[in-house]
Design a protein around this ligand. Structure first.
Ligand code: TXA
Ligand code: MG
Length: 345
């Protein structure tokens, strides 16, 4: 299969829409990461997504819409709760995915057989234009090969998916950089399943009590069923081994400098760059600026693999407040939960 590169011009948006209406697969930009889209109402088209990504069939997909009314129009849920409306009013269009009871129009391929469905209304103008032009809700996971860092540019999508999908639409670099916040309304208390740039603090201000699922900040215990199946897989991992250091700024510099060498890299902050020596240093952004660090995270993980010879990558264990929780969640998974606690020794 030849993968067509499409621009964000109207004629190319129409081409992307035609492919989707025909049951094909198109990589599309969103404000979080690039998605790999198919017609969410066509089970056979959706099945191709799993094949192209090498994604386990038990990991459900998010349905993307371009208007709030699409939920009713496409019968995505049978249960439009007041919380759904409140969240939508405050955060849509934007990087929040809401899990609700599944409506009858949603094929089992999308939800991996669950009786719930994840819905997201992205703010990216190109994503919305493609959904509008297709006139369909679009099922879309992140457009990476399963297990790789999510793509934040059209080139990342091509690196993973060239020859496996029909087309990719180039909408530039993603501004958020990590996947949407996922909240479920199908539990007694609304529960955060994946942290993103919409923070727990913001959700609590709006809804009051919010639970944080254990898998957000901890490794799942063997045998425990994941409420969000995507949480149980090793994720976002570059080929190099990521090791997180729990320590202050001075200790970080000292540790990395004394463990340097040819195959060693540091995923660090701007302020660290002049202080590090003997390692390949890539900055995620300013210290404490987790919005900037989230934006650069996946691109940086991909760049580390681009060096070809990096065996070990050291990074700081992030804080868990605000957008820090999203960076913490992705980095601990990239590290397979390997954390060296320098404060404890
Ligand atoms: O920002 C995003 O959300 C991006 C862009 C493309 O929109 N999409 C994305 O999709 O990250 P994906 O498939 O990589 O992640 C979807 C997550 C997975 O962890 C999956 O298990 C969870 O959402 N999920 C989907 N449907 C679910 C459901 N019904 N119940 C629980 N978790 C669900
Ligand atoms: Mg993904």
């Amino acid at each position: 299969m030849k993968t067509e590169y499409l621009s964000n011009k109207p004629v190319d948006i129409q081409k992307a829409a035609a492919i989707l209406k025909n049951g094909g697969l198109v990589g599309i930009p969103t404000e979080t990461v690039y998605g790999l889209a198919a017609n969410a109402l066509n089970g056979a088209a959706v099945a191709k997504i799993f094949e192209a990504k090498g994604r386990p069939m038990d990991n459900p997909l998010i349905v993307h819409i371009a208007e709030y009314d699409d939920i009713a129009r496409f019968e995505l849920t049978s249960d439009a709760l007041p919380e759904l409306y409140t969240l939508a009013k405050n955060f849509w269009p934007g990087p929040l995915t809401i899990i609700m009871k599944k409506g009858k129009a949603v094929p089992d391929e999308v939800t991996a057989g669950l009786d719930t469905v994840a819905v997201r209304f992205p703010s990216h103008p190109v994503a919305r234009a493609v959904i509008h032009a297709a006139g369909l809700p679009l099922a879309a996971p992140s457009a990476n090969l399963s297990g790789s860092p999510s793509p934040t540019t059209a080139q990342h999508v091509l690196n993973d998916m060239d020859g496996r999908i029909d087309a990719v639409v180039d909408g530039g670099s993603c501004v958020v950089g990590v996947e949407s916040t996922v909240i479920t309304l199908t539990t007694k208390t609304p529960t955060l399943l994946r942290p993103g740039s919409v923070t727990v603090e913001q959700l609590r201000r709006l809804l009051g009590k919010i639970e944080i699922d254990d898998a957000v900040l901890h490794q799942l215990e063997d045998g425990r069923a994941a409420p969000s199946p995507g949480m149980k897989y090793k994720h976002y991992a570059p080929k190099a081994n990521v090791v997180l250091l729990k320590c202050g700024d001075d200790e970080f510099i000292e540790y990395v400098n004394s463990h340097g060498g040819r195959g060693v890299a540091a995923l660090c902050c701007d302020e660290d760059i002049p202080l590090l020596s003997g390692v390949k240093a890539i900055s995620l952004g300013k210290r404490g600026d987790y919005t900037e660090q989230a934006r650069n995270l996946f691109d940086s993980l991909r760049r580390i693999d681009g060096y070809g010879d990096v065996m070990t990558v050291y990074s700081r264990l992030p804080q868990t407040d605000g957008v820090g929780m999203a960076v913490y969640n992705r980095l601990t998974r990239a590290a397979g939960f390997e954390v060296i606690d320098l404060e404890a020794v």
